[in-house]
Design a protein around this ligand. Structure first.
Ligand code: NAP
Length: 469
């Protein structure tokens, strides 16, 4: 009876996790999705704690773990800046990887508690396979995520670290890992267990160091996928259906997210994994464009307010700089004022604007921008030709026409927002620096462009004040 109940609870939790993912796919339903996820996790934890045969000390340990982990998680989540989310996610993934290593070690040293012994008292071969896979993927996820965290947090240079024969070395180490796993499954030797762990920690480190800072979000999402597969592997070891389902959901959604990001940047996942793009060395400032480029036309917030007051159709394009400046709230105020003046206002979201998928959607939703005013690239691109103003706030790469024209550009092939087609294009940014991909944007020098130099929040606040006068 108790067993049937816990199976039913696990099934209910699995369904809630699927509903959570579904809800999280759209800003409008994302809060509901989050709630589904939390309720699902609550049911899963309760069902585990109330398993038949669970001792009092076991329950006490789980509650202590929940309080410590939950307390740290709550504190960190409240303190963290929106712009630091990618590195936070990387740091959390490292913990998932380490947890997989710890569970594999626990199963190896206390197999009787996991019920994985055969009639002769040896660990079953199948369990050794699952254990070694969970161990290897967990260890790779751990060290890879630590490097991703250090690079994203600026504690380590974002530039790719490359050396001769790197890919060959990684391939050889991968092969050695396979040999170790096979020998471990055949012998169950503890030395081999720890050699697999050591080699996998090293491999995680070596796989991530050649990848440049700009590609890190894709890597974080891939590590997320790995951590899911590691959890699913451990789920097989401990015979926990829910862990298998949840791990597979995380694994598959992380892989899909990596694919979406690569598609948004028009890069292949192999190209990302082999590293190189997004190095700091490439992020030279446009510095006025160099050569014989025309001077840029700079305007004031008052100029922008005057022109927008007389505009019929305004498309706002937010980017990473809006997130840095936390300008979303005042941007919405500006949008509201312009609507009162009779203008049609919409927001254009590029799939990789900012530093993580959905970055701009989250910020705009936080500022209560109506969902129906927020449009995706394919939907909004034809609209720019009729727009009086494209208001680009802290975005750069996602508007750069070099993606369409310059085959040598690292962003060549990336779909872009066609802001250049609007009658007037405003760019709000602090200076002439390039975006994350480190390439110049020739739009800054076009006759229909007006640069509004300054912090995105401050400039938008000044525009709002001018509109209110
Ligand atoms: P971007 O090209 O990185 O440009 C952001 C611009 O914001 C910079 O040029 C910077 O110029 C400006 N800025 C920074 N702080 C500012 C502030 N406080 N006030 C005003 N402006 C500020 O950003 P994007 O157009 O959003 O493009 C995203 C880039 O990230 C793409 O290259 C994309 O491929 C990459 N990426 C995104 C994801 C994702 O999932 N979203 C994943 C991987 C890679 P100044 O310094 O002159 O102010």
């Amino acid at each position: 009876m108790a067993h049937t109940l816990s199976t039913f609870a696990y099934l209910a939790a699995s369904v809630l996790f699927i509903l959570a993912l579904r809800g999280l796919s759209h800003p409008e339903t994302s809060r509901k999705g989050n709630t589904f996820g939390m309720v699902g996790m609550g049911i899963a934890v309760l069902a585990t704690v109330l398993q038949p045969g669970m001792s009092f000390s076991g329950i006490a340990l789980i509650i202590a773990g929940l309080l410590i982990g939950g307390g740290i998680g709550t504190y960190v989540a409240q303190k963290i800046e929106m712009t630091s989310l990618p590195q936070l996610v990387a740091a959390f993934h490292s913990l998932v990887g380490m947890a997989a290593v710890a569970v594999a070690a626990a199963a190896f040293y206390a197999p009787e508690s996991f019920g994985i012994l055969d009639a002769q008292g040896h660990i079953k071969a199948g369990s050794l396979v699952e254990m070694s896979l969970g161990l290897a993927i967990g260890a790779i996820t751990f060290s890879g995520s630590v490097i991703a965290f250090l690079k994203l947090d600026g504690r380590m240079s974002g530039a790719p670290i490359t050396f001769k024969g790197q890919h060959l070395l990684n391939a050889a180490l991968g092969l050695l890992l396979l040999v170790l796993v096979v020998s471990f499954v055949a012998s169950g030797n503890p030395l081999l267990f720890w050699l697999i762990a050591l080699l996998s920690f090293g491999l995680g480190f070596l796989l991530i160091i050649p990848i440049g800072g700009a590609d890190m979000p894709v890597v974080v999402s891939m590590l997320n996928s790995y951590s899911g597969w590691a959890a699913a592997g451990i789920g097989f070891t401990v015979g926990n259906l829910l862990l298998i389902v949840t791990g597979a959901l995380v694994g598959a959604s992380g892989a899909i997210l990596s694919y979406i990001m690569c598609k948004g940047m028009n890069r292949s996942i192999i190209n990302v994994l082999l590293g190189g793009f997004g190095s700091e060395s490439g992020s030279a400032s446009a510095g006025g464009g160099g050569g014989d480029r025309p001077p840029v036309k700079a305007g004031s917030p008052e100029d922008a307010a005057y022109m927008m007051k007389n505009a019929q159709k305004i498309i706002i394009v937010p980017g990473y700089g809006m997130a840095v400046a936390q300008a979303q709230q005042v941007l919405r105020e500006m949008g509201d004022l312009l609507k009162k003046e009779g203008a049609e206002v919409s927001y254009a979201i590029h799939p990789v604007a900012g530093r993580m998928p959905g970055h701009m959607n989250v910020l705009l939703a936080e500022a209560n921008v109506p969902y129906e005013e927020v449009h995706e690239l394919e939907e909004i691109n034809p609209e720019f030709a009729d727009a009086d103003v494209a208001f680009v706030i802290g975005a750069n790469d996602v508007t750069n026409p070099a993606a369409k024209t310059d085959k040598s550009s690292p962003i060549y092939g990336m779909p872009i927002l066609d802001v250049e087609r609007a009658k007037t294009v405003f760019f709000i940014k602090r200076g002439m620096s390039s975006g994350y991909a480190g390439v110049d944007n020739e739009l800054f020098f076009r006759p229909n462009t007006m640069m509004l130099f300054g912090d995105a929040k401050k400039v938008t606040q000044e525009i709002v004040q001018a509109l209110q006068r």
